[in-house]
Design a protein around this ligand. Structure first.
Ligand SMILES: [Zn+2]
Length: 325
């Protein structure tokens, strides 16, 4: 069956990559995000756009918008004009990133939150136009907890203490960020809203289920959270995916660090092999009924039915990101 990787950052068309995508019949939805204030992110977005235009059977793209400029009265109009242009140029969604909520501040030190009235007209416009919003708000809950060896995100926060919010109580809490996100869901009930990375509720599918029940306009992608699923009880995760089978999208969040086409052939082959392993690990976890190893964790595969796999692998992406059709 065809597969849509609905969350990846892999803007290249090296022959080795195209061969892998053809082998598994995978289409990549490349996700832009505005890392910094200013327009630097547009270079990557342009690459994603042009790949999607050249090879629509293998690539699609999601745009983003400049970080809010709090002192610029023209910000909202410019943002909507730019988004209109990007959707006309084939974008299928718009991304908002975690720097909204965790980085951008008002001059008085308050953190700018995703439910700030400044962004409401942008989200209202997306909803009116039927364009989806992909939202990466907050971080895994581990970010706010003491470092615990063996937890899914131990490696990242031990290497990147500046992002470990447990040691930075002046930053917004996980709960505050989730509440701001939930207010956007409530304020824009017709906005197709996809929560990246299991909507930052990766630690327990029961909590995600409660959030699904409150907000029918919410779906999630599983990108970069396979391990968080694998450490939960497989029967519980299977029941969750079966119950919410129309609202969970497949994705990996693999980031291409160096453009493949600029690598020597051996390294290029290595990078594509690494990507292959990411895919085969995911497929084993979702499809097999036997023992599966995710990173170094032993678990049991979910053994999902064909019908549920089709939704997870591509039908839900087509439904939540209609521009993919
Ligand atoms: Zn990502």
């Amino acid at each position: 069956m065809p597969i849509i990787d609905a969350h990846i950052h892999y803007g290249d068309d090296a022959p080795e990559l195209l061969a892998l995508l053809a082998e598994f019949d995978i289409r990549l939805l490349n996700i832009s995000f505005a890392l910094e204030s200013g327009k630097g992110w547009r270079t990557t977005a342009e690459r994603y756009r042009s790949l999607a235009a050249q090879r629509p059977e293998r690539f699609a793209w999601c745009t983003s918008f400049d970080l809010p400029r709090l002192d610029d009265p023209g910000y909202v109009d410019e943002t909507i004009a730019q988004l209109a242009q990007d959707f006309a140029a084939g974008a299928v969604a718009c991304k908002v990133w975690k720097n909204v909520g965790m980085e951008l501040r008002y001059p008085d030190g308050r953190f700018f939150q995703v439910d700030d009235p400044l962004l409401a007209p942008v989200f209202a416009w997306l909803a009116e136009q039927g364009h989806p919003l992909l939202a990466h708000i907050a971080e895994p809950l581990d970010c706010w907890l003491p470092l615990r060896e063996g937890s899914p995100h131990y490696g990242y926060y031990s290497r990147n203490p500046q992002w470990h919010m447990y040691t930075r109580p002046d930053y917004p809490s996980h709960g505050e960020l989730m509440a701001a996100r939930n207010r956007v869901l409530a304020q824009h009930p017709s906005l197709r809203f996809v929560g990246a990375h299991l909507a930052s509720l990766e630690y327990d599918v029961d909590v995600l289920a409660e959030t699904f029940d409150c907000y029918p306009n919410l779906a999630v992608d599983i990108s970069a959270r396979l391990f968080d699923l694998a450490v939960q009880d497989s029967a519980k995760v299977r029941a969750f995916i079966e119950k919410y089978q129309d609202r969970v999208l497949f994705g990996t969040d693999v980031v291409m660090r160096t453009p493949l086409s600029s690598l020597p052939p051996a390294e290029r082959a290595q990078a594509v092999d690494a990507l292959r392993t990411v895919y085969t690990t995911h497929f084993a976890y979702f499809e097999s009924k036997g023992p599966v190893t995710v990173r170094d964790h032993q678990t049991v595969g979910l053994g999902l039915s064909q019908n549920v796999l089709e939704k997870l692998y591509f039908k839900n992406a087509l439904n939540w990101y209609p521009g993919l059709q």
